[in-house]
Ligand binder design. Sequence first.
Ligand code: AKG
Ligand code: FE2
Length: 364
Amino acid sequence: MAPSFSDADSMFNFVVRDGNGVKGLADLGLSKVPQKYVQPREERIDKLNATLNNNSPIDLSKLDGPDHDQVVEEIATAAETLGFFQVVNHGVPVELLEALKIAAHSFFGQPAEEKSAYRKGVSPSPLVQYGTSFAPEKEKALEWKDYLSMRYTNDSEAREVWPEECREVALEFLRISIKMVRKLVEILMGKLGVTLDDAKIDALIGLKMVNMNFYPICPNPELTVGVGRHSDLGTLTVLLQDGIGGLYVKVEENMEGKKQEAEWMEIPPIPGALVINIGDTLQIVSNGRYKSAEHRVRTTSVQSRVSIPVFAIPKGTEKIGPLPQVVESDGVALYREVVFEDYMNNFFGNAHGGKKSLDFARIY
Ligand SMILES: O=C(O)CCC(=O)C(=O)O
Ligand SMILES: [Fe+2]
């Protein structure tokens, strides 16, 4: 049966307010997306016009052997250029990667009443939030995505309040990912000539979150986006994507670091690999040396897609600014120091808009 929403408001209420999500909309069997999901022309994703990132994934187990220095170099180069790279031998067992994707499908496959118990304002815990799009009240066009967000404080609280369909696998994924994040932060700081003690590293990753993103089958991939252009706000993101594909990163510089006409490059799914991307915090802290990556996600009409990011973000109370040692050697600070809560409020208070989130801290 074709759905009938009497107006745009009733569609919005059905999806956003009542918590049916875009999955609820897709399940109605639409032949065309509602107007509210149609992106302006410049935001639509032209699959045929994108390039493919065919860099080999970085083998993290080699950090413990004779190739250590070369691997460190590869990590730093990726962080300085694309802001994205993939890793293998990262410590997360393949069985866990598979179990995570299954858990995501099982959470989003539940009836709307079960999921919407976690929506903003009614969720039994502030640590858990289910929602749709990114900032639906602020967006001109909505994103074709539902999500579940789980903030980490400690294991026992997570076991109490995270949804049972995914809590154990999400906890284990977070634990191993954060270990990897600490190692990568140490490496990246080391390349800047800075040694951070444990407390300083904690300051950069004090807020830890696992999200589960669900992108239902979409009748109009050419008109919509799964996620619009954005950068992640934290230090590093570890992302598990399934085999469907559709993650694109913006490339604005050639390999020599010269500006070029921007192009979009697909980060293809590689079985067993995880995607790492640099967030705004690391760009600020490194005074621009490491690039927070602008990225976006296409929708597909073939099969629903899931992705599971772990975000490592500073705590709201933390002051974040370029490291003094880096500013001293650069001779200028490109960003001011910000209280991270202010940065976060600005980030979540606006619709996705590429890297404009960084303007909040930018001096030049
Ligand atoms: O689904 C993806 O591949 C990426 C999702 C994303 O960019 C995010 O959750 O911030
Ligand atoms: Fe992202």
